[in-house]
Design a protein around this ligand. Structure first.
Ligand SMILES: [Zn+2]
Length: 425
């Protein structure tokens, strides 16, 4: 099969109905409550992977799962021994999140696979459709765990190092759903076995919607530094303790929260985002001065140096506040991922394809972390964004129109085949 014949092979049209049905099916795999709750390394996440695996097997694809919980379906290429081109995203969610984060990219991958199979479309390289495990950092404080293992950023020792709110380590959680944390080294991808990767994802911001553009091509993905700040004051009676004799961990936390916001709002930090999203207060009583507060701090930036400097500056300012108030402070690093600049040539292939299909696009950075950040360490990677209504994500209101996912999937399919053609040489 010549490269030209591969690219010219007509693809059937993406089915909005099938996309909706797949999205509905995954959204139904949720713990009770508003939105979708399908935390990593839970039976619900495994069920979602089972649905993905079963659907891909029905299409005749070869499906394998690894010790990290990732599921990979492969359609062989026409050239024996050629490295693979991949696409996919993740199937886990945050608590009370939406039905599109991660899932949109997996559903797009499933639909691309169906188009290729239904149309009997040949490709030179094997195409791999990937559902990553444990992308969200909500449960353990560390994101991109499945892709991190596959791409060599995490090993077995890292799985004992993080715990969820119930004190369960990631390794324990993995064992409880039948995964083997001791064997994750075998889940590592061989870079020479891969030629390229494209991830479709919802934007989780409002740039595309405001611009009235249906597709975004990502040039860089923000890094993130995540810390816990443990404040220790003195719990005592709110009535009996005079104001000047207090060591109020809550009041110190309040000052620190505003400093975290403030540091990211000054002129030196245009584009930096810093957030305290969680406070854990002990004893958490209306009649007791807070004796201890744990704060989460999350710093995001597309500039690696500034990201680390901002995190250090936050710890410095928090220390000064704690000292002044007679409060103990211990800073703990939970996770640190560098920003990733995605290769221009991969984006160029997607952009050329969009122009050929007459699809308008806009180039933009990603503020959120994505599996592509990990995949990009070892495989040339690109990302396609589709619009998020009102820019909302990680909430039940998260929404992307089926037509937008369908248009993104059309582009994804064509771009994967274009990558296949160009890489075939
Ligand atoms: Zn995601």
């Amino acid at each position: 099969v010549s490269g030209a014949a591969v690219a010219d092979h007509p693809l059937a049209t993406v089915s909005a109905q099938r996309i909706d049905a797949l999205l509905d099916g995954f959204a139904a795999l949720s713990a009770p409550g508003p939105g979708v709750t399908r935390l990593c390394h839970t039976p619900l996440e495994r069920q979602a992977h089972d649905v993905f695996a079963a659907t891909m097997r029905e299409l005749g694809l070869h499906v394998r799962s690894d010790a990290a919980g990732n599921t990979v379906a492969e359609r062989p290429g026409t050239r024996v021994g050629a490295p693979a081109i991949g696409t996919g995203s993740h199937l886990d969610s945050v608590p009370h999140g939406g039905r599109f984060d991660g899932v949109a990219g997996v559903v797009a991958a499933m639909e691309v696979a169906r188009l290729l199979v239904d149309g009997d479309v040949p490709h030179v390289h094997p195409l791999r459709f990937v559902a990553f495990a444990a992308e969200e950092g909500a449960r353990f404080g560390r994101a991109m765990n499945g892709s991190g293992i596959a791409c060599g950023a995490l090993g077995p020792a890292d799985l004992d190092a993080v715990r969820d709110a119930d004190g369960i380590t990631m390794a324990e959680a993995m064992r409880s759903v039948g995964l083997d944390p001791a064997a994750v080294a075998a889940a590592r991808w061989d870079p020479t076995d891969w030629a390229g990767f494209l991830e479709l994802h919802i934007e989780q911001g409002s740039v595309l919607e405001r611009a009235g553009v249906g597709v975004g091509l990502v040039d860089a993905i923000s890094g993130s530094t995540r810390m816990a700040l443990h404040l220790t004051g003195r719990a005592s009676h709110t009535g009996g303790t005079p104001m000047h004799l207090r060591a109020d961990a809550m009041a110190a936390a309040a000052e620190i929260v505003l400093q975290v916001e403030g540091v990211a709002c000054d002129d030196r930090h245009r584009g930096t985002r810093a957030t305290v999203g969680r406070l854990t207060v002990e004893p958490g009583s209306i009649t007791t001065i807070a004796g201890a507060v744990d704060l989460s701090v999350d710093v995001r930036d597309v500039d690696a140096d500034r990201q680390r400097a901002t995190a250090a500056e936050i710890v410095g300012r928090a220390s000064a506040i704690a000292r002044r108030r007679g409060i103990g402070l211990r800073a703990e690093m939970l996770a640190d991922a560098a920003p990733v600049v995605l290769p221009t040539w991969v984006r160029g292939v997607v952009a050329d394809t969009a122009e050929r299909l007459d699809v308008g696009y806009r180039v933009l950075p990603s503020g959120a972390s994505h599996d592509s950040q990990m995949v990009g360490r070892i495989v040339p990677t690109g990302m396609i964004f589709v619009p998020s209504r009102d820019g909302i994500s990680h909430a039940p209101q998260e929404w992307t129109a089926t037509a937008d996912i369908a248009a993104g999937t059309d582009l994804l399919a064509a771009a994967l085949l274009e990558l296949d053609r160009r890489l075939a040489g």
